[in-house]
Structures are given as C-alpha cells and as structure tokens.
Write a protein that binds this ligand. Structure first.
Ligand code: ATP
Length: 349
C-alpha cells in the first residue's frame, strides 16, 4: 500500500548562511506523483534526502501516514530512491543486482530471484536478467535501478533526476514507464527534476522551489493559468504582465477597465495573461492595438502588440498573418486573466 507523506516546516542548512531548505511544508497523498521542480541548487535533492532519511533536517518534521520518521534510519523507512546515476554492482548479474536488497533483508535465494524477475518484467528488462550491468546502455541500467527500487515493494518511491543523463528518446521512454508503473502500482512518488516540461507531463502536482523556499504547490495547469507570483509565471514560459488598480471588481489599466471572472479585492494589482490566450477580436476587454513585431515560428506566429504605452505578446495560429504596423482589435478574455498574489500572501498549508 502506498503511503501519505508530509513535510512539515522542514529546514536544513549545510553550514554557511543561506539555508538549503527553509520551512518547506507539503503533503503528498497516497498514490500521488509529485514533482519537486526548480533551478539547480534550489534544494530539491536536499528535500528528497530528508524524506529518504539520508539527511536529518535541522528542524521540522517528516511524517509517513501521520507518524514521524525523522529518527528512523533509511533502511526502515520503506522508501526506495533512484539516483541520477544507476550505481549497479558490476560483478553481479542484473537479476542479482535487483534481488540484492531482498537478500540483505534475509529473503531466500529463490524468493529473491522470483521477485527480481517480476520487478524486471515491470520495467521491461526481463530478457536482460543474466547480463552484466556493463553490457547495458545507460537507459537500460537506469531501468534496472528502477526495478531494484521497486522490488522491495516500497511505500514511497523517490526519484532524483533519474533521466537527466539520458538522450531525448530514452527520456520519453522512461517517462512512459513511470506513468505506466504509477497506473498499475499506485506508488506514492516524489520526483526531482529541473525540467519544467518533464514535471508537467509526469506529475499530479508540482512543488516549485526557488532558493530553498516553496513558491507554489498545485496541479500543472495552475502554473500556466493561475501562477502565484511573477517569478512562478516566468518559470513556466513567456507571459504578459499588466499593472492596474482594482475598483468595483474590475481592474483599471492603461488598456481600459478589464473585467475578471471573479472580482479582485480593491488596491494595486498585477494581472498576467499567456500570449496564447490573447485574441484578436471585438468583445469584452477589447482595445485597439498596433502590431510592432511578428516572428513566424512554424506552428505559431508571435506578435508584439502596442496599446496605450503597454507592449503585449500574442501567440496566434500561423494562418493569421498580420503585417507590422497594422491596427488590430485585441481582446484579453476574462477567463484567462489572473491576478498575481503578493509573495508574502502565498501560503501552502
Ligand atoms: P541540482 O538540481 O543541481 O541537483 P538541487 O536543487 O537538488 O540542485 P541541492 O543539491 O539540494 O539542490 O542543494 C541545495 C543547496 O545546498 C545548494 O546551494 C548546494 O550548493 C548546497 N549543498 C548541497 N549539498 C551540500 C553539501 N553536502 N554540503 C554543503 N552544501 C551543500
């Protein structure tokens, strides 16, 4: 059975001033796949090591099904970790590598062998059972490492950038494999990556971390449509920001009064809208604009529009061909406009 994982105000410092993790709190539901995403050095691996028990946090708690595991050694946590490099024993066959953990726990040889073959079948490596790891490609070795993690029936599967050393095709294969395993086994999985696309494809929810601090924890679509801050919005690709002032539910901006789906609280507000959501049509929230640049990208054309001193980006399908200098009517649909939160107002409890 998969477990519920909670990190509660976890902080860690390796020495020096800047903490590697600062009051990180998040809960992963049983069977959920969560990606820890963020730029290099943001603390993702530190968080995973804390969960695995390879690192004792300076403060805070880690709970599995409601029970603290901070004092529990890694081998008793029922968590299995797969590292960026496969770390297989070169002098053992693939099957013995996979069964090794079971043998160490006192399993009988035939039992370990049977379970190792079953785990290899799950990662589609059964026909390689008698090979030496040295005879395998990087992607195959990584699949064996995954089988080794699965063989003990862990309640938590922890993956630290397991595909980053693989080429694009193999990475895609591994993604499919992880998604397949997730569907059949329902492991609670925490997955570290710095690749935003990988997180979006794989994760039920993404925890975005910058500088040891959680910025946003939500389902992938929310990072495009409902980002918490400017930095979060930018990390997920090109976007527009529009400053304004909320009054009577709509936002007064240089482009006119913009209506939202839900009224915003009064005061200064920054709106965001993705270039793909900008429309060239009359209607609610429309205004006159001039095309100032156009770049043809095959599947899309990217335009810069200028209106009332504001420059906006719009990404449109390639059959819409507009010339630089042309006057157009642009519209910002209410359902695609989002008011950013102040960083201090963001809470994830
Ligand atoms: P990457 O994607 O590059 O692996 P990361 O997000 O996983 O990065 P961590 O490895 O958790 O980041 O590191 C977080 C911070 O802690 C970094 O500033 C790093 O330099 C520092 N750090 C990590 N391990 C140690 C260590 N053993 N001793 C001292 N500082 C460390």
């Amino acid at each position: 059975m998969s477990a519920r994982l909670e990190l509660d105000n976890v902080s860690h410092r390796y020495g020096g001033d800047a903490p590697a993790l600062e009051t990180l709190s998040l809960a992963v539901e049983p069977g959920e796949l969560v990606a820890l995403l963020g730029p290099s050095g943001c603390g993702k691996t530190t968080a995973l090591k804390v969960v695995a028990g390879l690192l004792r946090p300076e403060s805070g708690d880690v709970r599995v099904d409601g029970q603290s595991v901070v004092g529990t050694p890694p081998e008793r946590r029922e968590a299995a970790m797969v590292f960026q490099k496969p770390l297989l024993f070169p002098h053992m066959s693939v099957a013995r590598n996979v069964g090794f953990g079971l043998r160490m726990r006192g399993a009988r040889r035939d039992d370990a062998e049977r379970k190792a073959h079953e785990a290899l079948r799950r990662v589609r490596m059964e026909s390689f059972a008698d090979r030496s790891p040295e005879e395998l490609s990087g992607g195959q070795q990584q699949r064996v490492a995954l089988a080794r993690a699965l063989v003990t029936g862990p309640r938590l599967l922890l993956l630290d950038e397991p595909f980053s050393a693989l080429d694009a095709n193999l990475r895609e294969e591994m993604r499919d494999l992880i998604l397949g395993l997730q569907r059949e086994g329902g492991h609670t999985t925490v997955f570290v990556t710095h690749d935003q696309e990988e997180a979006v494809v794989l994760a039920d929810r993404i925890a975005l971390i910058f500088g040891g601090k959680l910025q946003m924890y939500d389902e992938p679509q929310a990072f495009y449509g409902r980002p918490a801050t400017r930095e979060v919005a930018r990390f997920f690709g090109a976007t527009n920001f529009i400053r304004g002032h909320a009054e009577n539910g709509s936002i007064r901006t240089s482009l006119g009064d913009l209506e939202l789906e839900k009224p915003a609280p009064p005061g200064a507000a920054t709106l965001t809208i993705r270039p793909e959501a900008v429309r060239l049509e009359e209607g609610q929230n429309s205004f006159q604009a001039r095309i100032v640049s156009a770049s043809y990208l095959g599947t899309q054309v990217h335009y810069e529009l200028r209106a009332a001193g504001t420059t906006l980006r719009a990404a449109l399908p390639p059959h819409v061909r507009l010339a630089v200098g042309e006057e157009v009517t642009a519209r910002l649909p209410a359902e695609s406009l989002w008011v950013l939160e102040e960083p201090s107002a963001v809470s994830y409890q």
